[in-house]
Design a protein around this ligand. Structure first.
Ligand SMILES: Nc1ncnc2c1ncn2[C@@H]1O[C@H](COP(=O)(O)OP(=O)(O)OP(=O)(O)O)[C@@H](O)[C@H]1O
Ligand SMILES: [Mg+2]
Length: 299
């Protein structure tokens, strides 16, 4: 399979005439190397946990997808996602993974086996061969999944697995349940942190290419958030794409009603995009919205 690095904003991979064209992954070489080193340790018998963090749209999924694609030949890849459901499904990501595994894990999961037996079966599964087990978006993890992660985090060095957790670090308030899991892992020598940062002006310039768009203004407006940059570039309409507006407003909707906007009542969604003052004062007191979303909302 041949692979060429060309950029398709908004899409990670497309096929044309049997050739896979892959989106150019900018400024993530160090992160890929850190993950590769952790995987080498794991394959040698000292399992690792990699914490891949950053704001929404910073490129966590894209990075991990690229990493797993590069190492698929030497490691089994298991992928499970947490979802922002109104009724969380217990052990959601494990159900995803079980569908990719043979053996007794799927049976245990579908029966009423107790949690200890189930967690032990997962651990045993991660001892059988080099594995990359990705738990996506654990800021949305249900409580049972958080327990599983605690259990695995304390035992991972006895496996040949690299457990990758992705999460939005700017959505973790002090009381967020994931905090206790991260706290437990804080002192573990098995943990590797891969914090993703915004794209530089140079990277944004390269994504803009020969389009008639000012890369400096786009970088300033998006704060280098890859999702916002690529959505704006792929928008045929010009201006603020609906995908971006929806992403910003969806996050606003998740704010707790008990934590009102400090400077004023939450403005109606249509007004939020045009009330920078309100956003600005709110931002001073909380970590949301991220710099990039705020700037775009004020577009
Ligand atoms: N390093 C990069 N270089 C260029 N474009 C990128 C890069 N990383 C991500 N992108 C683009 O940004 C988009 C958003 O990335 P991605 O979905 O991986 O973000 P995320 O951090 O997983 O967001 P979320 O928290 O919402 O899941 C991708 O579809 C891709 O087009
Ligand atoms: Mg993602």
């Amino acid at each position: 399979m041949s692979e060429r690095a060309v950029c398709f904003p908004g899409a990670r991979q497309r096929e044309r005439g049997g050739i896979i064209f892959t989106m150019e992954l900018l400024e993530r070489e160090t992160s890929l190397q850190e993950l590769a080193t952790a995987l080498r340790d794991a394959a040698a018998g000292e399992g690792r946990v990699a914490l891949v963090s950053g704001e929404a749209g910073i490129g966590k999924t894209t990075l991990v997808e690229r990493f797993t694609r590069e190492h698929r030949a030497s490691s089994r890849v298991l992928w499970g996602a947490c979802d922002a459901l109104f009724t969380p499904r217990p052990l959601g990501p494990l159900h995803d993974m079980a569908a990719q595994i043979k053996g007794n894990l799927p049976t245990l999961l579908s029966s009423d086996a107790n949690r200890t037996a189930l967690f032990s079966a997962v651990l045993a599964e991660l001892q059988t061969r080099p594995t990359i087990a990705v738990f996506e978006d654990v800021h949305w993890a249900d409580e049972a999944t958080l327990d599983l992660l605690k259990f695995l985090g304390r035992r991972v060095t006895r496996t040949t697995a690299l457990i990758v957790l992705t999460y939005r670090d700017d959505e973790l308030g002090p009381q967020h349940p994931l905090r206790t899991v991260l706290g437990d892992m804080a002192t573990s020598h098995a943990v590797r942190r891969v914090a993703l940062s915004s794209l530089s002006e140079k990277a944004v310039r390269s994504l803009v290419g020969d389009r008639a768009i000012d890369p400096i203004a786009l970088h300033r407006q998006t704060a280098g958030n890859p999702f916002f940059v690529t959505e704006v570039l792929s928008s045929a309409e010009g201006g603020l794409p609906a995908t971006v507006r929806d992403a910003v407003l969806a996050r606003a909707a998740r704010l707790s009603p008990s934590a009102p906007w400090p400077c004023c009542k939450p403005p109606p969604s249509s007004a939020r995009a045009s009330s920078p003052g309100c956003f600005q004062k709110s931002r001073a007191r909380r970590r949301w919205p991220p710099r990039s979303a705020w700037r775009l909302a004020c577009w």
